[in-house]
Ligand binder design. Structure first.
Ligand code: GLY
Ligand code: MN
Ligand code: MN
Length: 436
């Protein structure tokens, strides 16, 4: 366990909240799946970001006055560990994860109460876990009442309920070296899974069988879970943006859109590739595919420090709209169609989102009504698409053509790095991989 990145992040938070601040955050709740079985536990992303400690029922307290990080966690329990597995306990957790103090989790309310005295700001992830909000507010009120009764002279308590999410989101927006290495690995594993899917796909197979191939490749490379439910959408299913039923048979002549990414060591990959079920694009499929590919490539080429995300979005949009006009799927001018938003019939989502600990990662895209300027260390998806459903006014060759091409890019000092480029996306490369 390399605890250095986590210690450094806690130190950065402690510096920012200052000597008159205190911050508290909680592990994710365990989720019941059915009767007495649970979903696999997945630590809360903020909690992982600051601790690397991935057990449930844990609390982190950051005390600005002492600049100490204090963990509260489950105690060692021989019987429970026989049934449910290893737990660190406070003593080992302190050592392994580099906390300044560690206690049994039942002690957090009392320690928080003490830490609140003579602080000005109480930072928490308000709204994330309402049950914990209530517990924290109860402690805050109790300290306020004590101070009101002047039990201690010159005692004051936080007047400020401060937003820890705003602080952490700003940090999480710019990935550090530890995160970049993990994101690249997640991207690489995700790309390998898309290659495997291209190699295995044949007409007559079921979407679910292809999902199995993808998960197999993720796990083979140490990524136990996907970072979101995999979309394996043949033919018309690709026109449903969040299709996750993955239950239909793949038909000769159809396209297959796969949007799937591995979560590696908590970091998300998020790749979409679209390819023909039988390994060969029809002329009409190729025409639409090339439009989306050109938009994907032009947008990636425009990603660099100080690029305006709104501009990058517009570069891709103009290519998509021009392509739709060329194919006579839209009439009029590019600007006219953008103005009227007529293109939204075929392109109804944004160009991308941040990617990190969460597949749709935290951090603003806009600031004071203006798009954010890209900076080194930001990681974004670039995912233009066109979705042409069946309709009377659309030539039949285009019916049920859903195409998205999605990569993950890291903004670097000089431009960007497409770290999911390993997944083939030119028509020639895809057809070659599928020929085997
Ligand atoms: N897989 C979800 C997305 O592409 O945003
Ligand atoms: Mn995405
Ligand atoms: Mn995706």
């Amino acid at each position: 366990m390399n605890n250095t990145p986590f210690i450094q992040r806690r130190q950065r938070v402690l510096q920012q909240i200052g000597s008159e601040g205190v911050a508290v955050l909680f592990a994710a709740p365990e989720q019941r799946r059915s009767n007495d079985t649970e979903f696999p536990f997945r630590q809360d992303s903020y909690f992982h970001y600051l601790t690397g400690f991935d057990e449930p029922q844990a609390v982190l307290l950051l005390d600005g006055a002492t600049q100490k990080s204090i963990l509260f966690c489950r105690e060692k329990d021989a019987l429970s560990e026989i049934w449910n597995g290893f737990r660190y306990g406070p003593e080992a957790a302190l050592e392994v994860f580099g906390f300044d103090e560690a206690y049994a989790n039942i002690e957090w309310p009392a320690k928080l109460t003490q830490a609140l005295v003579n602080k000005k700001s109480l930072y928490a992830l308000w709204g994330l876990y309402p049950e914990h909000d209530k517990e924290v507010m109860a402690k805050w009120h109790s300290v306020q009442q004590s101070a009101g009764r002047r039990i201690q002279t010159n005692t004051y308590v936080p007047e400020n309920l401060a937003d820890l999410a705003a602080l952490l989101d700003g940090m999480r927006l710019i990935k550090d070296d530890h995160e970049i290495a993990l994101l690249k690995k997640a991207g690489e594993i995700s790309a390998l899974a898309h290659i495997r899917a291209m190699q295995k796909t044949r007409p007559g197979m079921n979407e679910l069988q292809i999902e199995a191939e993808i998960l197999h490749e993720f796990m083979r490379h140490g990524a136990r879970f996907p970072s979101y439910n995999s979309i394996v959408a043949g033919g018309k299913n690709a026109c449903c943006l969040h299709y996750v039923d993955n239950k239909d048979m793949l038909q000769d002549g159809d396209l297959l859109l796969i949007d799937a990414g591995a979560e590696y060591n908590f970091y998300a990959g998020d790749i979409t590739r679209t390819f023909p079920v039988n390994g060969k694009f029809t002329a009409a499929q190729k025409d639409i595919y090339e439009i989306v590919l050109a938009a994907n490539e032009a947008a990636i080429a425009a990603v660099k420090p100080n690029a305006d995300w709104g501009e990058v979005h517009l570069i891709a949009l103009k290519i998509l709209v021009q392509g739709l006009i060329d194919q006579k799927l839209l009439r009029g001018t590019v600007d006219g169609n953008i103005e009227s938003q007529a293109y939204q019939r075929f392109y109804m989502h944004g160009l991308g989102h941040w990617v990190g600990l969460d597949v749709h990662d935290v951090g603003k895209r806009w600031h004071n009504g203006k798009p954010l300027l890209l900076q080194p260390g930001m990681c974004s998806t670039i995912e233009p698409g066109l979705y042409i459903a069946t309709a009377d006014d659309i030539p039949e060759v285009f019916h049920n053509t859903g195409i998205r091409i999605e990569d993950n890019v890291l903004v670097t000092e000089n431009g960007c790095e497409n770290y999911t480029a390993l997944a083939p996306k030119s028509v020639a490369d895809i057809e070659e991989v599928m020929r085997g």
